[in-house]
Design a protein around this ligand. Structure first.
Ligand code: NAD
Length: 486
């Protein structure tokens, strides 16, 4: 076992299979008790350079697809084997409830399994070159080759599965990868890196650099030897990184102000319960978290009643307690910001129907109505357990307001009317339209990504592998006879 010695009191940076426990110390706190879980060492610019150098060198000798399959499959098995321990680790460093973390750990198993399988399915395509005049008797096809070195920069709100969504496809595609996790939650990324080494990954193919966005993330982005970036985080950070990439490609999974529409023909109780889960799960710290619910006026009161009833039953508290539904947010500062936005909305005329109570970093499930359209709680990503419920009369108008945001990640529509479902699919400008479930619905194998300020590029192992490979055309011309040959 190589994993445990590094994941105790001290978490180092990983370069070429060696853990380096130097660099400034940063405490990783239990987000509910405040106890120190570990000390992480910030990477210096030299450490970032060394991690990229090791990755660059390792990327020159890619593994065979069946070798990648074997390693990723072993890691999926290891995550499944250590499910409870990993979920508890993530629960403590993130404050997400144990229930949420068990679910995330199971999803990480899926993500690594699918990545393993996709490693054996990387194909190009036959190009019908003979159809072009002058190209008779030729053949052409495309190959997908690894980009080389992938830089993976990740947020705090899904510390294991988001890293798995980057590392799994990057390695499956034949790349080396250097991970820069959130400074709030480095433990899961370190554990996953250890598991990859244990599974037999050649050491340079995985690097880990710890610390804040600036200077550690910026140093990684500045290193031109990193060929591709896969980023998940806020839109502001995504834009800052994007502006520094030049001609290098990237996948940007950024923020959203997710809308879900509930039509009058829907099962209103089911829609309310699903919306409650989608709004308050992980204390609302999910990129697709239900933040705006547009409910048809005819069923508005009924819907609100069900939503309030189900939200009132949610338990806020110690995330390790299996009865807890909502743990603390990532920091007290984040909870204070959410509280301020709620207060501001109320000051502008919104009605606080439930919650709005903050205690330290914990925010109670909060439901607002009568929210003015310009209030921040409906215009900017709140990333907290706060939801606004807004009536509509006309379905066209509901589609328009869901679209009326700079963001476009996912949206949900509850209806039993096929025409409305198809209309929503055609007209909602988002990466994913979910019918009869909320915006916050994801299977790890599906294509997942945003448009507009929610980013670009697509995740889901099969699609991420396409992003993290280069397509190369091979054109076969008949060889001309040698001089003197017929
Ligand atoms: P964040 O943008 O603050 O940080 C994300 C990562 O970027 C961290 O590792 C951070 O250290 C790093 N970083 C910050 N500044 C950087 C810079 N200048 N250069 C390089 N790296 C830098 O995000 P967060 O608060 O950790 O996460 C919450 C955000 O993530 C929300 O906006 C949420 O919507 C988004 N998110 C999106 C998805 C998605 O799939 N679209 C999924 C989860 C979270």
């Amino acid at each position: 076992m190589t994993s445990v010695p590094n994941i105790g009191s001290s978490i180092g940076n990983l370069i070429n299979g060696e853990w380096h426990h130097d660099g400034a110390e940063r405490q990783v706190l239990h987000k509910f008790t405040g106890e120190v879980l570990a000390v992480a060492h910030d990477a210096t610019p030299d450490v970032v350079t060394a991690a990229v150098t090791a990755a660059r060198a390792a990327s020159e000798s890619p593994l065979q697809p069946y070798e990648r399959f074997e390693i990723l499959r072993k890691v999926a098995d290891a995550i499944a084997r250590d499910r409870e321990r990993l979920a508890l680790e993530v629960c403590r460093e993130s404050g997400l409830t144990l229930k949420d973390c068990l679910g995330d750990t199971d999803r990480a198993v899926q993500t690594m399994q699918i990545s393993a399988e996709e490693a054996k399915r990387i194909t190009g395509e036959i190009v019908p070159i003979e159809a072009a005049p002058g190209f008779e008797h030729r053949m052409a096809f495309t190959l997908r080759r690894p980009v080389g070195v992938v830089g993976a920069i990740t947020p705090f709100n899904s510390p294991l599965n988001t890293v798995a969504h980057k590392v799994g496809p990057a390695l499956a595609a034949g790349n080396a990868v250097v991970v820069k996790p959130s400074p709030f939650t480095p433990i899961a990324a370190a554990t996953l890196s250890s598991m990859l080494l244990e599974a037999g990954l050649p050491p340079g193919l995985i690097g880990l650099v710890l610390g804040p966005g600036d200077p550690v993330g910026t140093a990684l982005v500045a290193d031109e030897r990193v060929d591709f970036f896969t980023f998940t985080g806020s839109t502001a950070t995504g834009k800052a990184i994007s502006s520094r990439l030049g001609m290098r490609r990237a996948t940007m999974e950024c923020g959203n102000v997710s809308g879900t529409i509930v039509c009058a023909d829907a099962n209103v109780r089911d829609a309310a319960e699903q919306c409650g889960r989608g709004a308050f799960r992980k204390a609302g710290q999910v990129c697709t978290s239900v933040q705006r619910i547009y409910v048809h006026a005819d069923v508005y009161d009924e819907f609100l009643g069900h939503l309030v009833t189900s939200a009132s039953a949610l338990v806020v508290g110690d995330p390790e307690d299996e009865k807890t539904d909502i743990g603390p947010m990532i920091s007290e500062a984040a909870a204070r910001r959410a509280e301020e936005w709620v207060g501001e909305a109320v000051g502008q005329g919104a009605r606080l129907v439930l919650g709005g109570i903050r205690s330290g970093a914990a925010m109670s499930p909060t439901i607002l109505t009568d929210v003015p359209p310009a209030a921040r709680v409906v215009c900017e990503e709140i990333f907290a357990p706060v939801v606004s419920v807004i009536p509509f009369k006309d379905f066209d108008e509901a589609l328009r307001v869901v679209n009326d945001t700079p963001y476009g990640l996912q949206a949900g529509v509850f209806t039993r009317d096929l025409n409305k479902a198809l209309e929503a699919a055609r007209r909602l400008r988002v990466g994913g339209v979910v019918i009869n479930a909320t915006s916050s619905t994801r299977a790890d194998l599906m294509p997942y990504g945003g448009v507009k300020d929610s980013g670009y590029g697509v995740e889901g192992p099969r699609y991420a592998i396409r992003e993290m490979t280069e397509e190369r055309l091979v054109l076969l011309e008949p060889a001309r006879p040698l001089d003197g040959e017929r």
